[in-house]
Structure formats: C-alpha cells, structure tokens
Design a protein around this ligand. Structure first.
Ligand SMILES: [Mg+2]
Length: 285
C-alpha cells in the first residue's frame, strides 16, 4: 500500500514539477525579511527539504563525511586504549561503552523523508511507524564497520533513540538486518517517557565508562543543548569545543533536527508560518 501510494504520488509530483518549473528568481533575497512564501489558501509545501534529502542520498560528500566521522572515531577508541593505562584503577577496571543515537546517526531514513515531501505529508507518527515496520533503513556509510570494530575491542554498544517503545522490535530487526552488533532488548533503549535522553545516558554511565557518544542532533550528547535558541546552541557548542571529535562524534543531518526546530522557537507552527520563519532567519549580505 505504502509503495503503491508512493508510486502514484511520485508520478503526480514529477508532473507537477514539470508544469511549475520556473527559473529561480533571486530578487526574493532582497525581500526575504518580509516575504510570504505562498498564500494561505495554497497547500503547504515541503519542497524546501528536497535539497537536504538529495544531499543525503546523492552527494558523495555526505558519504565522505560519514566515513570521516567513523574513521576518526576509530582513532578515538585507539587513543582511549593507550590512555586507559593512566586512569585510576577504579576507572580503568570499569567496562566501556559507546552510545549511539539511531536515526540519521546509524540508520538512514532519507527514503521516508522523500516520501513525505512527494506526498506533502509533514512528519506524522502513522507514516513514521509504517516506515519503521518496513525495516528497510540502510546503515550510514562506515557505521557498521565502526560498530564491529568497537565491539571487537570489548566495548558495549547502546542505541539510545527517541523512537517510541512500540517501534522496538522493528528497530531491533532493522539494526540486526544491516549488520550492527550488540543489538538486543537491553541495548536498544527507546523513549518511554520524556524525550530528554539524559536519564538514559546516566543509566548507561552508571555501569560503564562511556568512551564516546554519536548523534546527528545536539540533544544526543548532553542536556545543556536541549530546547535552546539558535544563538544559545552556538554558545553551548563553543563551550565544549574540545569535546567535538574527542568524546562527541557528530553525523551530518541537513533534513531535520533541533537545528530547524530552534528556528521555529520549538513552536507548533503551520507550514506557512515555518516557511516565513526560515526566510526571516537567513543571514543576508
Ligand atoms: Mg537522530
């Protein structure tokens, strides 16, 4: 059903694109501060996401960034092994762990994003659950190899995600299917209550020495980043600048995330209002 709808929607979308294609009008740049994207009667458009989705799906640069992150992370582990000898005995003897976020950190959901754009359906749980149930997400380039490397060094892997608990079996199946090690009821920790991952991170840290955290969203790393304005996200990022590439490993996600929600002040806005906020957020010459 999903696929059939998808194909029909794709055909209409391509037809629509070919009918509506116009050369880009750069005069909009000068009007950006007060611009309206479309009249309220028009259907909301998610077309602004196409570039970001194509970057994930078609830019070799995106693949290279993923490899870069996971290659670097191997070095972080190797370095940790050398430094371990200098740790106090109590720390040295603690088992080690790595914490991964799942979506856009180890699994690629860009096909679901593409489906949303083609069908003009903003993020919604039925579509999201349906995609999860398909168990078709691919692994990010380099992610499985890195996870296996870490696991071979005796490091436990935890997958802390804000997917809902009802998605647990499909998530476990998908992770195993693409080859991730150490995937189980215990290590896949989904959202049961609050969206903050802090308590779940602390639970892991109470039993393990956490060597590194991986995420595409700042709230995958520390609570200090949660629900902050665009400016404060910059400030908090700068405050811990020595941790990036050291303990915090970031994967690129231009498709969605708190970076975008921050532009909307985390409010529930209409697509029309969001479009206006985006244009207003642009920095001009
Ligand atoms: Mg994520």
């Amino acid at each position: 059903m999903f696929r059939k709808n998808f194909l029909i929607a794709s055909a209409f979308f391509v037809l629509g694109l070919s009918l509506s294609y116009l050369p880009l009008d750069f005069s909009i740049v000068g009007q950006a501060q007060n611009a309206k994207v479309s009249s309220p009667s028009e259907k909301p458009s998610l077309e602004y996401q196409i570039g970001a989705i194509l970057y994930v799906q078609k830019a070799a640069e995106y693949r290279a960034l993923c490899y870069q992150a996971f290659n670097w992370a191997k070095r972080v582990i190797d370095e940790d092994e050398k430094l371990m000898k200098k740790l106090p005995k109590s720390e040295r003897n603690r088992p080690r762990a790595i914490i991964f976020d799942i979506d856009e950190t180890v699994l690629d959901n860009s096909p679901a994003q593409a489906y949303g754009v083609l069908n003009n359906r903003p993020f919604n749980l039925p579509d999201w659950y349906a995609w999860g149930e398909m168990r078709k997400a691919k692994a990010l380039p380099g992610a499985v190899e890195f996870a296996k490397y870490a696991n071979s060094k005796g490091i436990r892997l935890f997958y802390i995600s804000n997917r809902d608990e009802v998605q647990k079996q499909a998530t476990i199946d998908n992770l195993i299917k693409v080859g991730f090690p150490d995937v189980s009821e215990e290590t896949v920790i989904l959202r049961q209550g609050e969206s903050s991952k802090e308590a779940r991170r602390q639970a892991v840290a109470s039993k393990y020495r956490v060597v590194a955290l991986f995420g595409d969203n700042l709230n995958d790393f520390a609570k200090e980043f949660e629900k902050k304005s665009v400016e404060d996200r910059f400030l908090e990022t700068d405050k811990v600048k020595e941790l990036w590439g050291q303990k915090y490993i970031v994967l690129p996600n231009p498709m969605y995330g708190d970076w975008e929600s921050a532009i909307y002040d985390y409010q529930r806005l209409t697509e029309q209002e969001k479009a206006e906020r985006r244009l207003k957020a642009l920095e001009l010459p």
